[in-house]
Design a protein around this ligand. Structure first.
Ligand code: 9MR
Length: 433
């Protein structure tokens, strides 16, 4: 390891600053933030908090600032969970994105029941109260979220605001927001607007009109929820750039990409490169810290797996940001793991662990797999196991040659006898040299 570090140190001597070893630090060196959506109820989970605190320098409350969370009853504001996130962030020097003030979803029923004049009062009051509560603490607010329809119409989405107040509700919301906290950046935020299409054209026309008429707007958020049905568009960067050219900042606000391994990693690289290629792209937020709590958990769309191990996607993002790309801060060998249950019977199941090398080739690797007593591992394949004294912790090493090329994967498998307990094993982090 010492020699690897020394070798990395020599490479880094080419007149450059030492490469940053975390997402936040690497993004900061590029003049950007790197954030995560967080949930207040996970902040007490030690690895959740430590991953957040180590890697990210901006947070977005995933649900805690939405209308139903802060004003479930008219004029009775409840900020407890959102305040918890804001103080967690502030005490650690992280920025906070405010999400979101005016949205058709997570909207309490009483709002939809109001007649137009009263709805206008309620909307403006909500914006004003919430923004004043957080005045000076939020760098950017999603003032209006998801006001346009999907598909080719370019039309507005039906909502109480749209249906009763008409097209002007967006302008009114932004004007009210500017007055409430003049220092906060005011964003319009949406999904399926990441490439050039009818929906993003409609948002583009809105922003162009606002800029032409002096309606306050500072930024546009591109949610960037990607999967195989909605991949990273080829014109992603060009789309961000055309908005930036209107005179607004652009932000990637809810990034997640379903998939795994090198395919997922290379999509993440494309997103980071698109943002770095647009000088007004001021930051990236991923929509969660760990796959475990993702809104699309089964698609494993984030940078840390269920056990908070860094994934290949993490290494790709860090590398694209100009960081070390090692997953460990040393510039050398690293690996990540993913686990899946490949077969299941009443008495036993088969598990497979995939080991993926980081940004450099590795010559060997080690992964610990812990089963819950009275479970027992009865068979293994494609690896050489050793056991602790309890017989529940299996340390797996390669069978013979453990070489894995940069970004490539290998896997091993095992059978767990359930003995009445079907729970998944805990798969520890991967170490490599
Ligand atoms: O991730 C959020 C999830 O926990 C909530 O159940 C859901 C409710 O609508 O909202 C999710 O976040 C959404 C965000 O606020 C707006 N853009 C789409 C996000 C994913 O649905």
């Amino acid at each position: 390891m010492a020699s690897l570090l020394a070798a990395a140190g020599v490479t880094a001597l080419a007149g450059t600053a030492e490469a940053a070893g975390t997402l936040g630090a690497a993004a900061a060196e590029k003049g950007r933030y790197f954030g995560a959506a967080v949930a207040a109820n996970h902040l007490g989970e030690a690895p959740y908090a430590s991953t957040l605190n180590t890697e990210f320098n901006s947070v977005t409350p995933e649900n805690e600032m939405k209308w139903d969370a802060v004003e479930g009853t008219r004029n009775s504001f409840t900020y407890g969970a959102a305040d918890q996130i804001v103080s967690h962030a502030q005490s650690r020097g992280m920025k906070v994105r405010g999400h979101t003030l005016v949205w058709h979803s997570q909207l309490p029923g009483w709002v939809g029941g109001l007649a137009a004049a009263d709805l206008r009062t309620a909307m403006n009051n909500h914006i004003t109260q919430v923004m004043q509560h957080y005045k000076g603490k939020i760098h950017s607010w999603d003032v209006v979220n998801e006001a346009f329809q999907d598909g080719s119409s370019g039309a507005r989405r039906s909502s109480p605001f749209q249906d009763k107040l008409g097209n002007g509700f967006i302008e009114e919301a932004f004007r009210t927001a500017r007055a409430a906290d003049p220092a906060a950046k005011l964003c319009y935020n949406d999904y399926n607007t990441d490439g050039v299409n009818a929906k993003s054209n409609a948002v583009y026309n809105l922003v162009r009109d606002f800029k032409a008429r002096g309606v306050p707007i500072d930024c546009v958020g591109f949610q960037s929820h990607f999967n195989s049905a909605s991949p990273v568009p080829g014109d992603y960067r060009a789309n961000l750039q055309r908005f930036a050219d209107l005179g607004v900042d652009v932000q990637i606000t809810e990034l997640d990409i379903e998939g795994s391994g090198t395919a997922q990693a290379s999509s993440y690289t494309n997103v980071v490169n698109a943002c770095l290629g647009v000088s007004r792209c001021t930051g990236i937020t991923v929509w969660g810290v760990t796959d475990k709590y993702s809104w699309r958990a089964s698609g494993t769309p984030l940078l840390f797996d269920n056990n908070y191990n860094k994934k290949a996607a993490y290494n790709a993002v860090l590398t694209a940001l100009g960081g070390t790309g090692s997953g460990g801060g040393g510039g050398g060998a690293s690996c990540t793991v993913s686990y899946s249950r490949t077969d299941d019977w009443s008495d036993r199941y088969n598990g497979r662990v995939t080991v993926t090398a980081g940004g450099s080739a590795i010559s060997t690797w080690t992964v610990a797999v812990t089963v819950t007593s009275p479970q027992k591992v009865s068979t293994t394949w494609n690896g050489t196991p050793s056991w602790d004294s309890s017989g529940n912790v299996m340390t797996m090493r390669p069978n013979g040659n453990g070489s894995v090329a940069a970004g490539a994967s290998t896997s091993f498998g095992f059978t767990v006898m359930k003995n009445g307990n079907s729970s998944a094993p805990s798969v520890g982090s991967c170490s490599a040299s």
